[in-house]
Design a binder for this molecule. Sequence first.
Ligand code: BJ8
Length: 385
Amino acid sequence: MKSINKLPENFQDFEEARRDGFLTIKELKDSGKNIVGTFCTYTPKELIYAAGAVPVSLCSVSEETIPTAEKHLPKNLCPLIKASYGYALTDKCPYMYFADMIVGETTCDGKKKMYELLGELKDTYIMQLPQTQDKERGMDLWKEEVSRFKDKLEKKFNVSISKEKISEAISQINDERKLLKEFYSLGKLTPPPLSGYEMHKVLNGVSYTFDKKLQNEKIREIIENLKEIDRNKSSKVSVRAPRILITGCPIGGVAEKIIKPIEDAGAVVVSYENCGGAKNLDRLVDETIDPIQALAEKYISIPCSVMSPNTDREDLLKRLMDEYQIDGVVEVILQACHTYSVETHMIKRVVTKEKDVPYIALETDYSTGDTGQIKTRIEAFIEML
Ligand code: BJ8
């Protein structure tokens, strides 16, 4: 594959989107917009839009703030949690700085306990997320929580959120999801017209792109360009490149350490099952039913390892493996993430026994200390595919 370090021209808007968004968020704040910081895929961001506010993903992917966080938090905690809290302590995340409030959910133990400390620094609202997707046992609580979050936003921003406003936001975000799905589904092609590194940059960058109309236009343009590459058979990816699916924890903080060595070794990442990819975007919100019910159904169905059981993750994984003709699965575990770590046993069984596909689990953190070791393990894995 040609160098993945230089992105095609129309991808560059998304490459440094997090950094480029710093100025935009200040402008939005100065213009009177309310800002709501989010951490997790479970946040029903449609309600934030319906309140006339702007949702923004808070910084959590750098090791820079971890030493400060470790003054309050244990060292053997997930780097994503430590980095998030470290940003709040050091005031180094402009998104957090400008946020009027933060919303978190009771997902894993580390996150929900960190939110209690975060609440001492910022107005932090916690949604009580049930840990079961069982309709009878979890849905009533979650629907109530979605409704309570709406009430909180109304009170906080002194606005009224009508059903019509929620439906409008649902439709708008569904349109964005459909387009992003169309984009990442190009990974099904052989060879795919883009590298996994490029796909990641775009999927990651949209979290920090605030003009969604412009974002949709740019994604459409990228899709058309990629389709042309496919028609012209001019993809830089080799038709023989082993096709990799990445699953597990969010990879924003370790993308360079994982994706690059995979693609430098001659393989190509064609599918992301984790948050930022299919886990978040695969399912739309039902536009034909009551909007609160529809939001509750969509978000509780996210197959994260904090759910018990989490069999929907296995179903999604198997479907993606078929649709994207996967040759190898790479599971990424952030250090001290117990829920994903325990699930590796089930995931490995599904991948290797049920689907007869090679699998590797890589446990890592945000430091560069294990970069060489991860690279060596990835190279050995790709070599055997
Ligand atoms: S929906 S994956 S964004 S919880 S990696 S902090 S689980 S110890 S980030 Fe996540 Fe929402 Fe689930 Fe997605 Fe805890 Fe694990 Fe750390 Fe995690």
